[in-house]
Design a protein around this ligand. Structure first.
Ligand SMILES: C[S@@+](CC[C@H](N)C(=O)[O-])C[C@H]1O[C@@H](n2cnc3c(N)ncnc32)[C@H](O)[C@@H]1O
Length: 464
């Protein structure tokens, strides 16, 4: 039977693929359908036809899975975030556990390993400490502040509420929209480069209740731009905006400067309060650290789950005494800093210069002096380190590490490796390479940092 794009098909969903799409069969061919879960019977429009798989867009749920739950968010299915909100949290965790196992077995061809039970998040809403909202126009061309709609770069979902950061953060979004709509300022248009307002970033210290606002604009300045921005800062820092326990502690204005043929630059103006946001982390070994987070700096997005993730790293690292530890892909140095208490010396390597600057400041702030950071590519800098490490920690971006990194790691021959990963697929591939050099997987600990999304974080201990 010939299949055609746009054809309506009926599919019973039996499992979920990595990335969150439901999987079923149509005419014996695997068919992926978005926004579905095992047990759903759906009708869907074919959007892609290949000899060994089909993709289809959900049209209607003919009969829902018995486990389906009503999503908490009124924008579910429109905004594109929190893709798994229709699935009970326990089931989301089972799914992630299974996906870690599948990645090791199918991609890494690694079987019979001990994968510990995934550690779920106590807070399944309001867990993020950072959100970005965009200015633009909604589908009715009304001034809007909210989320970019998936697959439609320029339409904005005008967001009144969001369960990811806090009620206070939603209040700031609503007050910001109100303020700028009244001033009749134009959102920036990517199509022709006109307009002023680009984005609103809100960061929250989950342990400190500090709040940082960063309003990002273009350099198409309206009349009285400085006066208006100062008025905005006065308004947001006023008593009207205060929450019982949270308060705005810094307000920045970041102006993006774009000139034809020249890379974009930016200027930052502190309009109110502190230069940085302070966040605290407390690990299970009782170790507490304070971090100063600048507007553009990277910081783990779920503070409480990051504490759990790092506690797992510390637990695995402290089963043996550590003389020298390498923290590869160290970002702002958080993992290395927590390990420094348990090691003789720690060396961190990170590509981004600004992150290393922050890492050094973090070390000073937390009076940790047995740690040094180097700026550059891991593959280039690793060979320059001289002291043989007893442990190497690897926390790469989603793409994982290269075979060259694996070889360089092996040249140091550490007894222990701890691999922190946000992508089970590249984790499984990289572990398979490490096994070729004689390492054995001792433990795999998945941690759920992002409830209602398909993201999975894992900590793996390898030894030889
Ligand atoms: C997943 S983050 C880890 C951050 C840090 N370990 C933490 O927990 O906050 C990955 C880091 O690797 C850095 N990075 C990416 N490619 C790199 C490379 N080739 N060499 C060194 N660092 C790199 C990124 O800038 C980013 O800070």
């Amino acid at each position: 039977m010939t299949l055609k794009k746009g054809q309506l098909v009926e599919v019973e969903i039996s499992s979920i693929a990595f990335g969150g799409r439901g999987i079923g069969k149509y005419n014996g061919i695997t068919c992926f359908v978005d926004k579905t879960m095992p047990g759903d019977k759906v009708s869907a429009n074919l959007t892609k036809i290949k000899s060994n798989f089909l993709e289809a867009e959900l049209v209607e749920i003919i009969s829902p899975s018995k486990d389906r739950q009503k999503p908490k968010c009124k924008y579910f299915g429109i905004c594109g975030g929190c893709q798994l909100q229709f699935m009970p949290y326990e089931q989301q965790l089972e799914l992630k556990q299974q996906q870690v196992k599948d990645s090791f077995e199918r991609i890494g061809k690694i079987k019979n390993i001990n994968i510990s039970k995934i550690i779920g998040s106590e807070n399944i809403y309001y867990y993020r400490n950072k959100m970005e909202f965009s200015f633009g126009y909604d589908a009715k061309m009304k001034f809007a502040l909210g989320m970019h709609l998936p697959n439609r770069r320029f339409d904005i979902l005008d967001l009144e509420e969001c369960h990811l950061e806090s009620e206070f953060s939603a209040k700031i979004v609503n007050k910001t929209r109100e303020f700028f709509a009244e001033k009749r300022l134009e959102p920036f248009k990517y199509t022709n480069g006109s307009g002023f307002l680009k984005a609103l970033y809100i960061r929250e210290g989950k342990r400190t209740n500090e709040v940082m606002i960063n309003l990002v604009t273009s350099d198409n300045l309206p009349n009285n731009a400085e006066k208006i921005m100062q008025e905005y800062a006065d308004f947001l820092s006023s008593d009207e905006i205060k929450d019982n326990d949270k308060k705005v502690t810094s307000i920045y204005w970041t102006m993006i400067i774009a000139k034809k043929g020249v890379p974009k630059t930016s200027k930052e103006f502190l309009l109110y309060g502190n230069k940085a946001l302070t966040e605290k982390m407390i690990l299970e070994d009782g170790n507490e650290m304070v971090f100063e987070i600048a507007p553009q700096a990277f910081f783990q997005v779920n503070t409480f789950q990051a504490e759990i993730l790092y506690s797992q790293v510390v637990r695995m690292a402290t089963n043996k005494p550590q003389k020298t530890v390498f923290d590869l892909f160290c970002g702002t140095g958080t993992i290395g800093l927590f390990l420094a208490k348990h090691a003789g010396q720690v060396y961190g390597i990170e590509l981004i210069e600004d992150a290393v600057k922050v890492a050094r400041e973090n070390a000073l702030k937390n009076k940790t002096f047995n740690i040094d950071f180097f700026t550059g590519d891991v593959d280039k800098l690793l060979k320059d380190l001289k002291e043989p490490p007893s442990l190497i920690v690897i926390d790469p971006p989603r793409i994982g590490i290269t075979q060259k990194t694996v070889k360089l790691i092996n040249d140091f021959s550490p007894n222990q490796l701890i691999y922190v990963s946000c992508n089970p697929a590249t984790l499984a591939r990289d572990c398979a390479w490490l096994l070729e050099y004689g390492y054995k997987i001792k433990e795999v600990q998945p941690v759920d940092m992002f409830p209602h999304t398909y993201h999975i974080e894992c900590v793996v201990l390898l030894e030889r």
